[in-house]
Design a protein around this ligand. Structure first.
Ligand SMILES: [Fe+2]
Length: 546
């Protein structure tokens, strides 16, 4: 199992990749939206010109190409094509002007290698992790990428075959005994992948960890050169196999959810900086269905943790299958309903659980905004690589919106789910959100996400959502697919949207570039072409200069 994306938050509730909620009406507050290169390039940036081209790495230095042939794809987009080589690093030529204040490193993780030998993976989430690094310094930009050296990746390279269970792929067995051994290892977790291909976070103590939904897929890397340093070993004995791919990480804590597959429920746990020990804040019992729902991400407020229990639930039978089912390791149980559990962070006590229902006129306690897929899990199938690579031009992306959950804390059994804004404002596409991190868990106004310019089969715009005005501004370039727009605030900024968003774009010519938008105007201020197009990436983090 394992895996990722923002798409995971589908449900009667939907949810999102980076949740957010805002505080309204009660004494507590709330959470937030939460789900090519070369010498011919540009160079308006005078610093780049002066220093410039000579320092641009025009050769592809280093490192052995993996023993696999590049996959030919039906589309030119590099987004769905395996990374061309294990690693690369060099300075990019900048077109436009990168603000001098933008100083630090944006790390982005995601699946980037989708084949072993002649065997091709099927699903976007199966790929071996490719880390990309954009280092900003004084208006200049250096890019690097490198594979995360998980046990799953190293074993695949060594044996030239799949050796661990990925999102949809299962190792092939030569005989029945091997099959039985694999099942036994599944129960112990030994055969689950540690392919940390979903996100990357910097802990409060400075350590940088790549993550996926298997707990064993927590891998420490060096943000300066992307070297894999080793496993992040949790020192407690909580014993579960999976966790949320999107922990809430601040300078003072690491919060996450651990679905309990044996006794359906969720543990809410917290880890302090400098520690590897997760301590249990509290436990939520599932209220419906045979197993916990997929919990890819979750929102927090200053005082509460919100635990979404979605009707897209883990399925033991599907976990055991050798071939993927339409919903992979999950099953859709709409009859089991969806729930939002609200837990007090200090006491671990539940203060509310809310069934989905429309109602009017109650006191509102917590607001949670989610990327919401209209109670339709179809997006999982849309993310099969064949679908992504062979798009015919028809409109194939399922509708999504910013769903706003209004959760009363007065004991009322029902909350309300409404549109936070008209979904047509962002083309009825919605995922890969970020906000100004200073507004985490607080009332906020702006979110940045990928929306849609239709027809399309994947989110293809960058959108700035104004939740107060209920409007969106959209960046779009025909045929291109941008990745997560990541917000970085200008130091000393007073306004919530004073900063830049960074994205990596896969363009229609098979190439790619880093894109920087001024978040106030939402206009492009700079771009820098990569030496070659990079595979699509999922989630990232900002590492300030030390
Ligand atoms: Fe995600």
């Amino acid at each position: 199992m394992a895996f990722s994306l923002s798409y995971s938050t589908i449900g009667n509730y939907g949810s999102r990749s980076s949740m957010a909620a805002a505080n309204r009406g009660s004494s507590d507050s709330s959470s937030n939206i939460n789900d090519t290169f070369g010498q011919t390039i540009f160079g308006k940036n005078s610093k780049s010109r002066e220093s410039g081209v000579a320092r641009v790495a025009t050769d592809l230095p280093l490192v052995a190409r993996p023993p696999w042939k590049q996959v030919a794809t039906e589309r030119k987009l590099a987004a769905w094509t395996s990374v061309q080589q294990d690693r690369w690093e060099g300075e990019l030529v900048v077109q436009g002007e990168i603000p001098q204040w933008l100083s630090g490193t944006y790390l982005r993780n995601g699946p980037g290698l989708w084949h072993i030998g002649d065997y091709h993976f099927r699903h976007l989430f199966d790929g071996y992790a490719t880390l990309v690094r954009l280092h900003f310094d004084n208006g200049r930009l250096t890019m690097g990428h490198r594979q995360v050296e998980s046990d799953a990746y190293k074993a695949a390279r060594k044996n030239n075959k799949l050796c661990y269970r990925e999102f949809s792929e299962v190792p092939k067995h030569d005989n029945f005994l091997e099959y039985i051994g694999d099942l036994a290892n599944l129960f112990s977790g030994a055969s689950l992948t540690d392919n940390a291909n979903t996100g990357v976070v910097q802990l409060g103590d400075g350590r940088v960890v790549c993550l996926t939904e298997t707990i064993k897929g927590s891998i420490v890397i060096n943000p300066d050169n992307l070297e894999t340093l080793g496993k992040f070993e949790y020192s407690d004995s909580l014993g579960t196999l999976v966790h949320s791919a999107h922990p809430i990480v601040t300078e003072s804590e690491f919060l996450t959810l651990l679905p309990d597959l044996l006794n359906p429920g969720y543990l809410v746990v917290r880890m302090e900086p400098g520690s590897n020990e997760r301590k249990v804040i509290g436990r939520v019992e599932c209220r419906g269905g045979p197993s916990p729902g997929w919990v890819h991400s979750f929102p927090v407020t200053e005082h509460y943790v919100v635990v979404p229990e979605m009707p897209l639930r883990y399925c033991a039978q599907n976990l055991l299958r050798a071939e993927p089912t339409p919903l992979y390791k999950f099953e859709w149980h709409p009859e089991s309903k969806g729930f939002m559990h609200v837990m007090c962070k200090a006491s671990g006590k539940l203060v509310s659980f809310i069934k989905q229902h429309i109602y009017n006129g109650r006191v509102i306690g917590v607001i949670v905004d989610c990327c919401e897929h209209d109670a339709n899990p179809a997006i999982l199938d849309k993310l099969r690589l064949q679908n992504l690579r062979s798009w015919s031009g028809d409109d194939a992306l399922p509708d999504a919106r910013v769903g706003r959950f209004k959760i009363p804390l007065d004991g009322s059994p029902y909350g309300e789910l409404v549109d936070a804004l008209n979904p047509d404002e962002h083309g009825r596409g919605m995922d890969m959100c970020s906000i100004n991190p200073a507004y985490l868990g607080k009332k906020y106004r702006y979110a940045y996400a990928c929306g849609a310019q239709r027809p399309c089969n994947f989110p293809n715009t960058i959108t700035k959502i104004d939740l107060e005005q209920k409007k969106a501004k959209n960046w779009y370039e025909e045929g291109s697919v941008p990745s997560e727009p990541f917000f970085v605030a200008r130091p000393g900024a007073k306004k919530e949207d004073d900063g830049v968003v960074i994205s990596m774009v896969s363009d229609k010519n098979g190439e790619g570039y880093a894109l920087m938008l001024d978040t106030s105007t939402f206009e492009e201020i700079a771009r820098a072409k990569f030496p070659y197009g990079l595979p699509y990436g999922l989630h990232g983090c900002w590492v300030p200069n030390r």
